[in-house]
Write a protein that binds this ligand. Structure first.
Ligand code: ZN
Ligand code: ZN
Ligand code: ZN
Length: 409
């Protein structure tokens, strides 16, 4: 016997491990770690590091934002005395509600993002758009490659021999509870980040291809006697901006973009304008959820649509808590950069540094673990809160010190 461990001597005879939840509302320390990993995952795809060469900074890289189309007028946050939806003599809709709003709304106002008339708002289209957003993104990336190939006179099947398109994207819920996509798009040579892009690959050409692709792609929803067949597209609001390379003053700074993307990943459904952190199991769960009337209406739309056989593959009931959106919050293409697993392994290796690593090739490991529960006991939660406070204080002190020395954290 080389080594033996059991939990009999541990407090409460149990061993605590990380919960690894990415949501700040569920677990602050784990979400902070996850945000850090995401930052490095996105950053290394922009600036190099972790086996990605630094030359990728010279490859064409864009920061792209794609939005959902409009499903009906919503109250919007205004600045500088602007008004929400001013329309003179606009009258009322068929539900007897005014179709204009002359108020100036503060961004924090609860009415922001809520529809002017819930009766006019197209909830089925909103839910179905979410259910197809992943497919729409796939079509967008394929269309971008196709547009690039056409622009430089390559047969589409040969594109992979010349260049490779990589990306990392995050989904963010806007105030109106529609998903926005923020993405970093990079154009490499045929073997990914390690090969220089072809001479024709410029940020200008890539920007043009992204814009053309975003405007042209659509997904048709399955035909339904109740809803019809919808043509689901990206919204008109589209942003595609080149990222700054070495010595450049034009464009966005790549580090800032990585931090921006990492921030979104730690947001749970409950701290943004989107559903709940947990699955809803019954219609009553939707009634009981602590959400705005608009979100509740969307969750109900998902629930109702899921009852139609034509929408069964969309699994809208299982995804009612995310308003029909089935995607991950962060997704990336394989060649973009490193992986969460690689980052975690590296951290584990670092924590073990200095300890002797036994040769385990001829060793049999026998382990029996049993899940007991998650969360702290009342006593342990006091200790954990104290530790968390100390850590936060240490970080604040370190940040102030760095700032005084002119650095940043
Ligand atoms: Zn945790
Ligand atoms: Zn308004
Ligand atoms: Zn109406």
């Amino acid at each position: 016997m080389l080594h033996h461990y059991d939990t009999r001597t541990e407090p409460g005879e149990r061993l605590s491990v990380r919960c690894r939840n990415r949501r700040a509302s569920v677990c602050a320390p784990c979400s902070r770690l996850h945000a850090g990993d995401t930052f490095h995952l996105v950053r290394t795809g922009l600036t190099g590091g972790k086996n990605i060469p630094a030359q990728i900074r010279e490859h064409p890289r864009l920061f792209v934002t794609l939005t959902a189309p409009s499903f009906g007028s919503v109250h919007r946050a205004t600045t500088g005395g602007q008004r929400c939806h001013p329309r003179r003599n606009a009258g009322t809709c068929e539900h007897n509600r005014p179709v204009s709003c002359g108020t100036a709304h503060d961004p924090a106002a609860s009415v922001v993002g809520q529809p002017l008339c819930p009766g006019c708002y197209d909830y089925p289209a909103h839910a179905l758009w979410h259910a197809h957003a992943g497919q729409l993104w796939d079509r967008f990336t394929r269309a971008t490659r196709r547009t690039l190939a056409t622009a430089v006179g390559l047969p589409q099947a040969r594109f992979r021999d010349h260049a490779r398109l990589s990306f990392a994207k995050v989904a963010e819920y806007q105030k109106r509870a529609a998903v926005h996509v923020h993405a970093v798009v990079r154009l490499d040579g045929p073997n990914g980040p390690h090969t220089p892009p072809p001479a024709w690959a410029t940020p200008v050409l890539l920007t043009r291809a992204v814009r053309t692709a975003a405007r042209s792609v659509f997904v048709r929803s399955p035909y339904s006697p109740a809803v019809g067949e919808l043509e689901l597209r990206w919204g008109n609001q589209l942003d595609a901006r080149p990222l700054r390379a070495f010595g450049d003053t034009e464009g966005l700074a790549d580090d800032a973009v990585a931090a921006y993307i990492a921030k979104y990943v730690t947001k749970g459904a409950s701290d943004t304008a989107a559903g709940t952190d947990y699955r809803v199991m019954t219609w009553g769960d939707i009634d009981a959820a602590a959400v705005s009337p608009h979100i509740r209406a969307l969750m109900r739309a998902c629930w109702r649509l899921s009852g139609l056989p034509e929408y069964e593959p969309l699994r809208l009931r299982a995804w009612a808590h995310t308003l029909g959106y089935r995607g991950h919050i962060l997704t990336k293409s394989r060649a973009y950069s490193t992986t969460y697993t690689a980052l975690r392994t590296e951290r584990a290796d670092h924590e073990r540094a200095g300890l002797p690593v036994p040769d385990t090739s001829k060793v049999i490991t026998d382990a029996h673990w049993r899940y007991l529960g998650s969360g702290h006991t009342p006593g342990a939660s006091l200790i954990a809160a104290g530790i968390a406070e100390d850590l936060a204080m240490n970080r604040a002190v370190a940040r102030d010190e760095l700032r005084e020395r002119g650095g940043c954290l």
